[in-house]
Design a protein around this ligand. Sequence first.
Ligand SMILES: [Zn+2]
Length: 255
Amino acid sequence: MRLYPRAGLVTTAALLLPLAAAVPAVAAPPSTVTAYSASCPTAGVVSQGYSSAHDGVDIANAQGTPIYAVGAGEVIASGPASGYGQWIRILHDDGTVTEYGHMYQRDVAVGQQVQAGQRIALMGSEGEATGPHLHLRVRIGTSTTVRGIDPVPYLRERGVNLPCTPGGGGGETTVTAWTEANVRSCASTTCGVVSTVQANESYPANCWKTGQLVTAEGYTNDKWVELPLRAGGVGYVSAIYLQGDETGNVSRQCG
Ligand SMILES: [Zn+2]
């Protein structure tokens, strides 16, 4: 029997983005500004807690594990940072700032508005780190010198208990290939092969993005799906080789 990909038409009209659901605040705030309802920042184990010697909480997992915005807000920093390797800072409506460190890939830029649970980065071990983890720090206000507060009760007051499972933030989708295909380092056949998928095998997937237009079996498709790699990092496979719709049934667009 011959299997064919269902995906074919290249149309932007079909690219419907999921809307973030509005969730009521769960805790009484200390000020007149309502505390927001938080989302799980990332999957993993709490490898180091908050203390006088550690201003934040560490959540460890495999390199490439998606990291999500704890709450809606504005990105006020995204780039290199001393000790962190790279960091992202998000200012929330209640005046608190969440800081994310050590990622090896950042998906958001300064000035960008993000939603709670939106993927903002992939976990890494950049900077002062002995292995892949997220260092999450919470500060009151935008100062970069004031000491942070304990992220564990901060998140708990906003409805998230660590360790947590990301929900609605993507990253836990599964795709199934209909044929053997190459997984590449970018969404183009000009990039190197970093892995392969096998026919009728299922793989975890993070999100999809638009890349090189690929033609196979008379179909064309420019959607590529991002897969976390066992060896760490991520790769991209043309969705034309995946079962399902034109994004291989992956609903989330890469940030
Ligand atoms: Zn840390």
